[in-house]
Design a binder for this molecule. Structure first.
Ligand code: 0WD
Ligand code: CA
Length: 382
């Protein structure tokens, strides 16, 4: 490890100011390179939470947490119209606003004095969104979408914040109407399955506002990397065997109704990988899927326990392997730790990846890549 660090420093010294395209600054992503035994991953423990309201304002409490409230199982099953309310009762979040790590940093600022392990713990940790880690986990198997992660070291801590790639931005701006409606349908499903209070029933008559979010903040460890991350949680199950978060949390998903074994096979290979990575990281034990028919109705539900998802592809030559995902993520985190050596929040190492290529690094100063807000740096320096 020390050897890697020395190598990274040497590369930095030898290369011109902005780019480091030398072999030492590349990280390969081929699955075959990461199939060892499963690395250590600590059971994620919740440190706290926060909520974002209908105006996307931060609150340091659980006001946006909803309660899992599936339909009664005695009758013929659900008949949820996911297109109901579109577009008239839809308030989508403004995606032009790139929030970076801001909400998570606000939580961290409010709780930095109370972190278990003291201030030294944070100095040795990696801070990021769960969604960014999900993208790392699935990278060895991803064949369509690349990513960019900006990294800065500040007071020892390594911060990782995603940057929207030019391709992703172009796709978002040209998003076809059918895809917009499909996104709405995912949120509408949550509304059919969640109640605002424990024991009450869902109310699908209201608006769908995607500014609203409940986020859990957790700590864990992958190999020797301490992690502090946050992820959006759909709801908590008041009847879960364990009422202790994250074991009481439930992730909700929608997917196309499937009718042929080939459809299921492809679902296990692609979608279940993403569902597994996202929920495993946060310690969410169950994903509840609503299957929608071509008319946009959910008429069947299925619960997928996170820890059983791998079984669907264990004997599939073209399946995914949790060890590969976790080993690659650990390797990327080591790579980032060894590359971002200078403690300077104005300095950004941009890690870029496109399917079929290794991860590359470039170096930048200040705008537009620097992402730690002034209010955060000033408050942390006092
Ligand atoms: O500003 C950015 N570049 C991003 C911000 C990128 C990714 C996430 N975020 C923020 C969002 O504001 C959200 O509050 O992070 C929070 C969620 O973080 P996460 O849990 O780390 O993200 P992820 O696991 O990718 O997504 C969880 C859920 C999604 O559910 P599904 O079932 O579709 O995976 O968070 C929602 C979405 O419901 N979500 C978002 N909501 C608003 N804006 C976004 C987003 N950009 N991304 C995911
Ligand atoms: Ca969801």
């Amino acid at each position: 490890r020390r050897e890697n660090k020395r190598r990274a420093e040497k590369v930095e010294a030898a290369e011109p100011r902005n780019k480091l395209p030398s072999p030492a600054s590349l990280l390969p992503t081929d699955p075959a390179l990461y199939s060892g035994s499963f690395p250590f991953y600590g059971r994620p423990s919740e440190l706290g939470c926060f909520s974002l309201d209908a105006q996307r304002q931060y609150h340091g409490d659980a006001q946006a947490l909803r309660y899992y409230s599936p339909p009664p199982t005695n009758d013929q099953g659900p008949h949820f119209d996911l297109r109901d309310g579109y577009p008239d009762r839809y308030q989508p979040r403004d995606e032009e606003v790139q929030e970076g790590l801001d909400h998570l940093l606000r939580w961290l600022l409010d709780h930095r004095g109370k972190l278990e392990g003291g201030p030294g713990w944070l100095a040795g940790a990696i801070v990021t969104w769960r969604g960014h880690l999900t993208k790392l986990l699935t990278t060895p198997y991803e064949q369509q979408e690349g990513w960019q992660l900006a990294a800065s070291r500040f007071q020892g801590t390594l911060y990782l914040s995603e940057v929207e790639t030019p391709a992703a931005r172009a796709q978002r701006l040209a998003r076809p109407p059918l895809l917009r409606e499909l996104m709405y349908m995912g949120y509408k499903f949550e509304q059919y399955m969640c109640a605002d209070k424990p024991g009450s029933s869902p109310d699908p008559s209201g608006e769908v506002n995607t500014n609203v979010a409940f986020c859990s903040v957790l700590r864990s460890r992958l190999g020797n990397h301490r992690l502090l991350f946050s992820g959006e949680v759909d709801c908590t199950d008041p009847r879960a065997p364990s009422t202790q978060p994250p074991a009481c949390y439930v992730e909700l998903k929608t997917s196309k109704e499937m009718h042929r074994p080939g459809h299921w096979r492809s679902f296990y290979r692609h979608k279940l990988l993403k569902w597994w990575a996202q929920s495993f990281l946060l310690g969410v034990p169950n994903v509840v899927a609503g299957f929608r028919n071509p008319e946009g109705f959910v008429c069947s539900l299925k619960t997928f326990p996170t820890m059983e998802m791998f079984e669907y592809v264990r004997n599939d030559r073209d399946g995914w392997n949790p060890s590969v995902c976790m080993n690659f993520c650990a390797a990327f985190l080591s790579f980032a730790q060894n590359t971002v050596v200078q403690d300077d929040p104005r300095l950004v190492h941009l890690f870029s990846w496109e399917p079929g290529s290794p991860v590359t690094v470039s170096k930048h100063r200040d705008a537009p890549y620097a992402f730690l807000p002034t209010w955060y740096m000033e408050a942390m320096t006092q």
